[in-house]
Design a protein around this ligand. Structure first.
Ligand SMILES: Cc1cc2nc3c(=O)[nH]c(=O)nc-3n(C[C@H](O)[C@H](O)[C@H](O)COP(=O)(O)OP(=O)(O)OC[C@H]3O[C@@H](n4cnc5c(N)ncnc54)[C@H](O)[C@@H]3O)c2cc1C
Length: 418
């Protein structure tokens, strides 16, 4: 039935799969990385053209290789991010097979391991690592019917302003993706409405250092637990245009119309929740708390960093906040397109093993699933806040490789493993 065997199959050749390969190699575990498209495909074809990394190049990379030809304090363009992972795979000699899709993984009955059915045949493996991404399937809430005659796309399908028909644009969702896309559309001369939900918004820099550094030394990236109610709170940051703090009031000052959460649609009229001011105040509180924590850190450690009182100044609320738009006649407002920056869901339909809850979410502890031999990597909050990001996934991969290697040692005590 199958003639190929390996110890561990890693499904997905994004940054998670590449990190996994590095650590498995370091632990001496034979493995294959199977990628249905190209290495780091999502950075190439599922992001908009102008995207740059949200963290500076010194931070958004793996530890053992710098990003070539990019100033460490600047923000790497998305194609260079993808190139970096291709170069990294070469650097560590990762056994990646591109163009190979995993169709199904199922337990081998009466024997150890799994059958991994791929577009190029079946591979038998003792372990399977699902590294298929934190953001798998785009989700557009069912609010506006297709027949409404508007162009509606998900942020993952947005490329540039020219792609959209003429007219105003509503961007729904103001996390890092939504706010960056809305800003780009505004700069291109479009009239833009931005539907703003709950968010965290760290300062891009404070007292001369980037927030990525501050969140690191303050332990925020390593935070292990999500505060109740904060599961869906997005961090709104941007590396675009040299990196600037996301400031919704400043966008409004430039002409963007902010609205609350998008709620419902009827007969050409869209309604918004009354939560806009509240969401902004909550984002401000997060922003100011980071400044407070940084100041305390500077004092505690006696750092000689310049004070930055300007950073504490919050602009006055613009009209769209004090007198919010609660319902919008789309045609009258000239809105021809809607971009849904509303996130993604997971899709593990190919992973036919017993480790999912009733909603299809993986049941696991730090990536080790309930099904011995099945692992997850790159999930949001897998072990900490940073788990779905470049630097975080590298550390989670190390933990999983160590676990796999330890299991191999037990098993090999009494039998041979590939
Ligand atoms: C707009 C945006 C910007 C981001 N910017 C940053 C940033 O600046 N810094 C940062 O650290 N993080 C950023 N992230 C978060 C994260 O780094 C990316 O989402 C990253 O792509 C996740 O890498 P991954 O390897 O975990 O998953 P993915 O990149 O999603 O890789 C999974 C791979 O699995 C493959 N695959 C899926 N199913 C199968 C199958 N059945 N068989 C074979 N292959 C399969 C896919 O083709 C894909 O290549 C960003 C995310 C988004 C959405």
């Amino acid at each position: 039935m199958t003639n190929e065997k390996t110890d561990t199959v890693v499904v997905g050749g994004g940054q998670a799969g590449i990190a996994m390969s590095e650590h498995l190699t370091n632990c001496g575990v034979p493995h294959l990385v199977l990628e249905r498209h190209r290495i780091a495909e999502r950075w190439r074809s599922e992001r908009w053209d102008s995207l740059v990394a949200n963290g500076p190049a010194w931070h958004d990379r793996f530890p053992s290789l710098e990003i070539p030809d990019v100033d460490p304090d600047s923000f790497t363009p998305k194609e260079k991010v993808a190139d970096y992972f291709v170069a990294y795979a070469e650097h560590i000699n990762a056994p990646v097979r591109c163009g190979v899709e995993v169709k199904e993984v199922r337990r081998a009955s009466g024997q150890t391991g799994f059958f991994v059915e791929t577009s190029e045949g079946i591979i038998q493996a003792n372990n399977v690592v699902a590294a298929t991404g934190p953001f798998q399937r785009p989700v557009i809430p069912e609010i506006i019917p297709k027949e409404a005659g508007l162009t509606q796309i998900h942020s993952s399908a947005y490329r540039n302003p020219e792609q959209l028909p003429e007219g105003a644009v509503l961007v729904v969702g103001a996390g890092s993706s939504g706010v960056q896309i809305a800003d780009e559309l505004l700069r291109s001369g479009r009239r833009v409405f931005l539907s703003v939900g709950p968010h965290d918004r760290p300062p891009r820099t404070y007292r001369g250092r980037d927030f990525s550094w501050w969140l690191g030394v303050l332990g925020v990236w390593d935070a292990v637990a999500i505060e109740p109610g904060m599961e869906h709170v997005t961090i709104a940051v941007s590396g675009a245009h040299g990196g600037q703090t996301v400031d919704y009031r400043r966008l409004a000052k430039r002409g963007m119309v902010l609205v609350g959460l998008t709620q419902s649609y009827k007969d050409g009229v869209l309604t918004f929740a009354s939560d806009l001011a509240e969401n902004l105040v909550r984002g401000d509180a997060n922003y100011l708390s980071i400044l407070d924590n940084v100041d305390a850190y500077v004092d505690r450690n006696g750092l000689d960093l310049p004070e930055d009182p300007e950073a504490r100044k919050i602009l006055p609320d613009p009209d769209c906040v004090t007198d919010p738009v609660r319902s919008l006649k789309l045609a009258e407002a000239g809105v021809s397109s809607i971009i849904w920056a509303t996130g993604f869901v997971r899709d593990y339909s190919w992973l036919n093993v017993d480790t999912f809850d009733g909603n299809g979410n993986p049941e696991h502890h730090r990536g080790i699933s309930n099904e011995p031999g099945v692992y997850f990597l790159g999930l949001p909050w897998q072990t900490r806040r940073g788990s779905s990001f470049i630097w975080g996934v590298w550390h989670d991969a190390k933990f999983l490789a160590d676990h796999i290697s330890t299991q191999r040692k037990y098993i090999s005590r009494y039998s041979s493993v590939p």
